[in-house]
Design a protein around this ligand. Structure first.
Ligand SMILES: [Fe+2]
Ligand SMILES: [Fe+2]
Length: 369
């Protein structure tokens, strides 16, 4: 007996619910696991905009076949590169390396059908939340090169960024951990699909829709198969819906606040890291351009409330942006001050200049190199 996720329109009366179903906005329990669904139940779930339903099936015949469990990139180079070699990275390098290994082992276990080591992944998420909570001024200096493997570093960066946005939203700790988890796992589906680096152009969606859809379905499928109860239904939905759009033009057509709240945070972090990463098919764009790209799509791709939280942390010139000051000196933005998004702290050589304290100096422009 297994579970498959069915579209609500394909669910028939008499089928049995494989997991508890929660309302994606209020988190209220709507229907309990093992409920034998009536036509009325199905309508009730559809009215609450629950589009995908976990259903018990006799065997795993409808599960995804082995052909998707093929590719997971292995990079041999250990060379890393961050946005700015002059700044400390957002996580200490040792921690980063450790988490890269957790992700690698996790995907490998899923691939060969081992039971997954849930505690290591959970501890990684707790580690990210705890570390960022202790950091007073986080410098968003990420490892941007894909030498470590784009997917693995993308998952860690997205998790870090999502937690930072979650913090700006004053989320409670257990919610922050959920956010970290969904972000850390949101794209693992690509590890099981050929052409798995395609999740890099949030706007272009150059990948055939079918494949795009598959990477989210494969992710929930492999997690469910190997680690029962590892993720809550809400977290599963977080993964499933990370390519929805605020205007309803995403993969499954969910719209506005009916898109899972964790997805609405993760997708902003996802875009920022994808855009600023150096990947094979395009050059990375700088943090300023990436922030502009996201702010421009507020209310279209992204929840405006969450874009505001992003803006609070990243400002107009996100940390890592190279800027030229009005006196011609050049430096790197290292810190955004809450009430001065246009006047950050800029590092010039070895010293830091707080522009909010200077009425004589301002940012003349961004340096594109
Ligand atoms: Fe994705
Ligand atoms: Fe992604």
């Amino acid at each position: 007996m297994g579970i498959i996720w069915k579209r609500i329109k394909d669910v028939k009366a008499g089928e049995v619910l494989g997991e508890d179903i929660y309302d994606s906005r209020s988190f209220v329990l709507l229907m309990k696991k093992n409920t034998k669904l009536t036509q009325g139940d199905i309508k009730q779930l559809a009215d609450r905009e629950i589009n995908w339903i976990p259903i018990y099936v006799e065997d795993d015949a409808e599960s995804l076949s082995d052909e998707y469990y093929e590719v997971f990139e292995v990079e041999t180079s250990t060379k890393k590169k961050s946005f700015s070699e002059e700044l400390p990275t957002v996580l200490p390098e040792k921690m980063y390396d450790e988490y890269i290994e957790v992700i690698s082992n996790f995907v490998e276990d899923l691939r060969i059908g081992n039971r997954i080591d849930v505690s290591k992944v959970t501890n990684t998420c707790i580690g990210i939340v705890d570390y960022l909570e202790k950091q007073k001024d986080v410098i968003l200096n990420f490892f941007s090169s894909h030498n470590l493997g784009f997917l693995r570093k993308h998952l860690i960066n997205t998790s870090v960024l999502s937690v930072i946005i979650g913090d700006a939203l004053n989320l409670q700790r257990h919610r922050m951990i959920s956010v970290a988890k969904v972000a850390l796992l949101h794209d693992i589906g690509w590890a099981f699909i050929e052409d798995n680096f395609q999740d890099i152009e949030p706007e272009g969606m150059a990948v055939p829709e079918e494949i795009f859809k598959k990477h989210v379905l494969v992710a929930v499928e492999v997690i469910r198969k190997n680690g029962e109860n590892f993720l809550t239904p809400e977290e599963m939905n977080g993964i499933l819906q990370h390519h929805e759009r605020f205007d309803g033009k995403g993969i499954f057509g969910r719209k506005g606040k009916s898109v899972n709240w964790i997805s609405r945070i993760v997708q902003i972090a996802d875009a920022y890291d994808s855009l600023t990463s150096q990947i094979t098919s395009k050059e990375a764009i700088n943090p300023y351009q990436a922030a502009y790209w996201i702010i421009n799509r507020s209310g279209i791709f992204y929840d405006p409330e969450f874009v505001n939280a992003f803006f609070k942390v990243f400002g107009v010139y996100p940390p890592g942006t190279k800027v030229e000051l009005s006196d011609g000196r050049r430096g790197i933005v290292v810190k955004i001050l809450p009430n001065a998004p246009l006047r950050p702290v800029v590092k010039i050589g070895n010293f830091e200049l707080d522009l909010s304290k200077s009425s004589q100096l301002w940012i003349r422009g961004v340096v594109f190199e």
